[in-house]
Design a protein around this ligand. Structure first.
Ligand code: S3P
Length: 461
């Protein structure tokens, strides 16, 4: 088994493509569909390894889920009280979202559950979820704050008023899911706005949710990207509300489109179009960052489905080759671009001048330490960069080829494939099998737009 991309330098990319469905929305559609009453039909579902871990876990908890075709799923909801104990530990694979959201969903069940994951997930912090859930009355064991996680059944949860110490949509979502099983109101305040897919989807399942935004809301951060974010939105719900299944249409994943957005900035002389990409403003911080760097990007909205506050907006995005200049990244945009930093650093390496990112220490606890791993790879390609405790400082310049260790991190692997648009020699990227956790078909799509990518991530025996 060789898990490797070999990417030769290419001058340009072009074409019109669609990226697979959104990972965050796909996880949530399965989970909420599972505890809803009636059928939930999902189209545009992302059948990646991460989302399939959620799907299999729901099946193990007694929910019937059928996949139809490559991107359809039908979830036969069992209602708020209908989950059943799993026969064995639930394996979340590489997925932090699956583990943290299931912690919230399972903390108030009458039965015990154990959550396990792969080597990367086993290193990631779960204390940030366990602590507030314990304050709600949950009984949870972890291994020094990390997986495996054991949730004791039969806890009676009560709503709490919690101010998140870190901006995390996963923690917010876990508490809202637990809040459905709690007595009274669960209220969560964010230090800065984070993705709001859970809130939108809960509403579309009929849950009444109160949301107060403030000067630090996503809209405010986008209107004034230089401004320091204040307190983010406060969201609350009353426990015991029933969910009603329905139809969910999942747009393309902005975080997957991000690789091609940067590819377009570096090499799309004739333009590159990405169709039907989710453009929820709590996800599109990278658009603002690239525009601040001088990128030419145009959006054409594609009709949203659903009522005003449950809509997931989507757009066709057109990007052209643009000269980029280095920037100081506004810290308020960091949570809104949190998954896009690996490829953002490639854009910065191809830009004129210095780029500085601070306030991004969360990147150290993703699928890998994304600050250290990106600094290591960029240095390998000849880029002058300095690792900061909470960010990275780098100066754009010529990139050589070289051998990159992705440390099993899907987004690092894909980011360095995009660097081939500016590298002077081939880039070899090791340990790329986990690309399938978020972006099955990446290699084929990269070739379709013109990258010279050879995928050796299969059994070559
Ligand atoms: C996610 C939230 C983010 C993000 C992750 C998906 C989600 O994590 O990095 O890829 O679906 O809620 P944090 O909540 O840890 O910031």
């Amino acid at each position: 088994m060789i898990d490797r991309y070999l990417v030769a330098p290419t001058a340009g990319v072009r074409g019109q493509i669609s990226v697979p469905g959104d990972k965050s929305i796909s996880h949530r559609a399965l989970m909420l569909g599972g505890i809803a009453e009636g059928l939930t039909e999902i189209e545009g579902f992302l059948a990646s390894a991460d989302c399939l871990a959620t799907l299999e876990a729901l099946r193990a908890l007694g929910v019937r889920v059928e996949q139809s075709g490559a991107t359809g799923a039908r979830v036969h909801g069992v209602g708020l009280a209908g989950l059943r104990p799993a026969a064995a530990a639930l394996d979340m694979g590489n997925s932090g979202t699956a583990m943290r959201l299931f912690m919230g969903l399972l903390a108030g069940q009458p039965f015990d559950s154990t959550l396990i994951g792969d080597a990367s997930l086993t290193r990631r912090p779960m204390q940030r979820v366990a602590e507030p859930l314990r304050a709600m009355g949950a009984r949870i064991d972890t291994h020094d704050g990390r997986p495996p996680v054991h949730l004791h059944g039969g806890a009676r949860l009560r709503g709490i008023d919690y101010v998140l110490p870190v901006a995390s949509a996963q923690v917010k979502s876990a508490l809202l899911l637990a809040g459905l099983y709690a007595q009274g109101r669960t209220r969560v305040t964010e230090p800065a706005p984070t993705r709001d897919h859970t809130e939108r989807m809960l509403r579309s399942f009929g849950v009444r949710l109160e949301c107060e935004s403030s000067a630090g809301s996503a809209a405010a951060a986008l209107a004034a990207p230089g401004a320091v974010a204040g307190v983010g939105a406060r969201v609350s719900l009353a426990g015991g509300q029933r969910l009603h299944g329905g139809r969910i249409s999942v747009p393309g994943d902005f975080s997957s489109a991000a690789f091609f957005l940067v590819a377009g900035c570096l090499g799309a002389d004739a333009g590159l179009t990405l169709r039907n990409v989710g453009c929820n403003p709590t996800r599109t911080g990278l658009l603002e960052l690239l525009r601040l760097m001088g990128a030419q990007i145009e959006l054409r909205s594609v009709g949203p489905a659903g009522s005003a506050d449950s809509v997931e907006p989507a757009a066709d995005i057109q990007v052209r080759r643009s000269p980029l200049r280095g920037i100081r990244v506004p810290e308020s945009l960091v949570p809104l671009a949190i998954d896009e930093f690996p490829v953002f650093f490639i854009a910065a390496a191809a830009a004129d001048g210095e780029t500085v990112v601070t306030g991004a220490s969360e990147l150290r606890v993703k699928e890998s330490d994304r600050l250290a791993v990106m600094a290591e790879g960029l240095t390998r390609l000849g880029i002058d960069c300095t690792l900061l405790p909470d960010g990275l400082r780098l100066r754009g310049g010529a990139m050589t080829g070289g051998r990159i260790d992705s440390h099993g991190d899907h987004r690092i692997a894909m980011a360095f494939a995009i660097a081939s648009l500016r590298a002077s020699a081939p880039i070899e990227i090791d340990d790329v099998a986990n690309v399938s956790t978020s972006f099955p078909g990446f290699a084929a799509l990269a070739r379709a737009v013109g990258l010279a990518l050879q995928d050796q991530s299969h059994d070559c025996a």
